[in-house]
Design a protein around this ligand. Structure first.
Ligand code: PEP
Ligand code: MG
Length: 319
């Protein structure tokens, strides 16, 4: 209760000079909602819907069943924002009925039919999920956004936006930026969708050709890598030019120092595990937007992750 009171008293995410950065929670289902509320989340920035499908013994869950679960989450955030990600199957999240390729057919599952690709191969599964979301949101004051994982280019974004319209979904459609091509051509992607959300876990995996499940290459998975910051900046700048939003929902957002740098790069919201929210809120509240921008520039000027971290730290602690 004390923690809940503290979170509520802390208010919405913002820099010390009042630049608002909504702080949202990553959740995997209704069970994660209480912790998000307790931490003062202003909404949900990433609702990973995989669990529903993993628990449904070999068949996709029915539209009714999905609508019921989505409604439980949406009801918890009246006037708030909830970003639902459609099913992200494949690679590190295998699902037998959607991504059945054998190792011989698909030797590199992370580069195969996963995420949106698997859904476009199974349009019935995608439409059922989108219709369930449309029903769940009916009559609720929530601000629902729906995004696709693993969007590679404008054609992917268009296919997803078309599916949302076909399902009668009135929510805004967005694209996750997890593949470097989508960051490089973010303005084109934004011709089809209303917002971007950077999935920095996969974006690092694909930018550095470093499997996120292989510990031996973890150095290259470090979100402080300046090349990753460059990709974040590209996406954020494109969104700004198009007058649209660009959040971050990968693990990077949970690092308080990096959250300041991401803010300085121009991202417009941060979504993370609920446990990280108070720390990120406190870090943002200690610095102005201009300080965050200087820290971001210093980090991007570095050559390596460790150097980028040290440079940002020195800017933010020296001021
Ligand atoms: C990401 O890739 O950064 C992301 C948020 O999605 P997931 O970790 O579920 O792949
Ligand atoms: Mg991902």
């Amino acid at each position: 209760e004390r923690r809940a009171a503290l979170a509520a008293a802390a208010g919405p995410g913002a820099t010390s000079d009042g630049h608002k950065i909504p702080l949202l929670a990553n959740i995997g289902g209704p069970a994660d909602v209480p912790a998000a509320l307790e931490a003062g989340a202003e909404g949900v920035g990433l609702f990973r819907t995989e669990f529903l499908f993993l628990e449904s013994d070999g068949r996709p869950p029915s539209e009714d069943m999905q609508a019921e679960v989505y409604r439980q989450v949406l009801q918890a955030f009246p006037e708030g924002r909830v970003v639902v990600r459609v099913l992200d199957a494949g690679a590190d999240k295998p699902l037998a009925f959607l991504t059945p390729a054998t190792p011989a057919e698909e030797p590199n599952p992370a580069l195969g039919v996963r995420g949106l690709r698997a859904l476009l191969d199974h349009p019935g599964v995608l439409l059922t999920q989108l219709r369930a979301l449309a029903r769940a949101a009916e009559g609720l004051p929530v601000y629902l956004e729906v995004m696709a994982p693993m969007v590679a280019d404008r054609a992917d974004a268009r296919a997803f936006a078309d599916a949302c319209r076909e399902a009668g979904l009135r929510a805004r459609a967005g694209a996750m930026v997890e593949i470097p091509s989508a960051a490089l051509r973010a303005r084109a992607v934004l011709q089809e969708v209303e917002f971007l959300s950077l999935g920095t876990n996969d974006l690092a995996q694909y930018a550095f050709a470093a499997d996120r499940q292989v510990g031996a290459v973890s150095r290259l998975q470090d979100p402080w890598q300046p090349a990753l910051l460059d990709l974040v900046a590209l996406a954020a700048e494109a969104a700004k030019a198009e007058g649209k939003s660009c959040g971050v929902c990968g693990e990077a957002a949970a690092d308080p120092l990096l959250a300041c740098v991401l803010t300085g790069l121009g991202v417009t919201s941060l979504s993370m595990a609920a446990s990280a929210l108070p720390y990120v809120r406190a870090a943002l509240a200690r610095h102005t937007l201009a300080q965050c921008e200087r820290a971001a520039a210093a980090a991007r000027a570095a050559e390596e992750a460790e150097e980028a971290r040290a440079a940002a730290h020195s800017v933010l602690s020296g001021e």
